[in-house]
Ligand binder design. Sequence first.
Ligand code: SF4
Length: 341
Amino acid sequence: MSQNAWLSKKLKNSKILCEACSKACVLSEDEYGICGVRKVEDGQLKLLVYGLAAAANIDPVEKKPMFHFLPQSKAFSLGTVGCNFSCKFCQNHDISQYPKENNHEIVGREFPPEHIVKLALEHGCDSIAYTYNEPIVFFEYTYDTAKLAHEKGLKNIYVTSGYETHKAIDLLEPYIDGMNIDIKSFSNEFYKEICGARLKPVLETVKYAHEKGIWVEITTLLIQGKNDSDEEIREIAKFIASVDKSIPWHLSAFHPMYKMLDIPRTPESTLLRAYKIGQEEGLKYLYIGNIDNEDHESTYCPNCKKRVVDRSGNIGQYVINKLRDNGVCPLCNYELEGVWK
Ligand code: SF4
């Protein structure tokens, strides 16, 4: 199923600029974007995966991970094939890299926006998450779905590598309520060598989405010997703190995957070291992930320091939320930052 990819601009030389992500592909007739799912046909940029889900599941919102966003709720989670990054450690490489590794083939089951919203409501979800692969590459599909979801009282979440253009964020802002953005490293070399991308646009997206009032959480997958030095972790923590100390930071354990099978699983000690560095830089909400550690995946009130959301299980499967409806600490009345209802 393909549809016009309207987040694009015709250039004077009869080429088309895709305006969805910072790769800024300029394409001629029959050319594909780097993501493999946007292509010029008949003088028009098309989104080849419109209405075609490669993965659809109902997940706890904590799995996204979003910890300050409607805790204990279900998120209808959706992804297509294709990605603008080429991370060597991608957990979903079978779908994200599929078109690039299969001669531009597009696969997926028909899931038009109306169907997704209907299923989400039928299954008692409170939100729709655009996840598994990079959602900005299927922008128009997410936009139509998110708009319809809002009309029906559902919230929307982007789980992203942070390559959205400002124009895309301006368009998404009325409908996207939360974003989990990866800061995969603080080194441009890492982004270049391991992800086929750059650091700067990611940092700009974090700042811009936050400025626009979208609720932002950050995830960093710590990989031994690649991005886990004290210095680099501290740089990321300082950057997040410079944007807003109340942005939650999820520190996740790497496990061998895809093209990085030679690197061992991240030890818990690394995650705890990063957690401490985040605290030293004044971040209010730190979480370790991909590992079961109740003390470090629960939420503590920044004012009275008491535990206000209990989480255990390696994706926060077990959640007990003691906050009052609008995120207020039941013990000291501090209002914790987040989207609570
Ligand atoms: S979304 Fe795809 S086609 Fe558009 S700029 Fe990004 S990589 Fe290129």
